[in-house]
Write a protein that binds this ligand. Structure first.
Ligand code: ADP
Length: 192
């Protein structure tokens, strides 16, 4: 199964993805994690990437697609993949659609986790105290939410037009959110 997970920073995508990969037995492809792994290396590329990410901006579309495509070629992704934090722009969504089309593995569903901005800021500031991630400070959080609003939220319309969008209320408890996701997945599996 090929699944895209859309949601603003702090919506709880990471937590739900971890539970969903156990359920579906497909690998979790988090572009945020992949990019942070690149940034841990000492290289010109990592410094260049950090100039985007530490400022709360998006990494360049083609670079992100290249990293994702490399992963998709591995055997591990034969049963499918759960994309977390990708695509984040319409260009990335088109690049992904083209790639999946060429490989005859179309996307099954785009899960859209919705949460109000005030709740998101609160959650992210709390996370900043726990993990100390460089991009979890007030200014960067505001910037990332703006980036989501302007660049990523158009994907909701994009996937809705393809008839692939399923929205979930992310302000509910973690367990309730997961129950909603499970029922969507079960419905899709029955249809297949
Ligand atoms: P969050 O969900 O909290 O925003 P992520 O770990 O998904 O955290 O992403 C952290 C940062 O990595 C983003 O703010 C962005 O700079 C970069 N990033 C992650 N995924 C992408 C992507 N698909 N395209 C461009 N930049 C990305």
């Amino acid at each position: 199964m090929m699944v895209v997970f859309i949601g603003p920073p702090g919506a709880g995508k990471g937590t739900q993805c971890r539970r969903l990969v156990d359920l579906l037995r497909i690998p979790h492809l988090s572009t945020g994690e992949m990019l942070r792994a690149v940034m841990r290396e000492e290289s010109a590329l990592s410094r260049w990437l950090a100039s985007y990410i530490d400022a709360g901006k998006l990494a360049p579309d083609h670079l992100v697609m290249r990293i994702v495509a490399q992963k998709l070629q591995s055997d591990e992704c034969k049963p499918g993949a759960l994309f977390d934090g990708f695509p984040r722009t319409i260009v990335q969504a088109q690049l992904l659609d083209d790639y999946l089309m060429e490989h005859h593995r179309p996307l099954d569903v785009a899960l859209n986790l919705q949460v109000d901005e005030e709740i998101l800021v609160e959650r992210l500031l709390k996370r900043a105290q726990i993990d100390g991630r460089a991009d979890d400070n007030y200014e960067t959080i505001r910037e990332r939410l703006k980036v989501f609003r302007t660049q990523t939220s158009p994907l909701i319309d994009y996937y809705s037009k393809q008839g692939k969008l399923e929205s979930i209320d992310g302000a509910q408890s973690e367990d309730q959110v997961f129950e909603d996701i499970q029922s969507i997945v079960m419905r899709l599996q029955q249809r297949a």
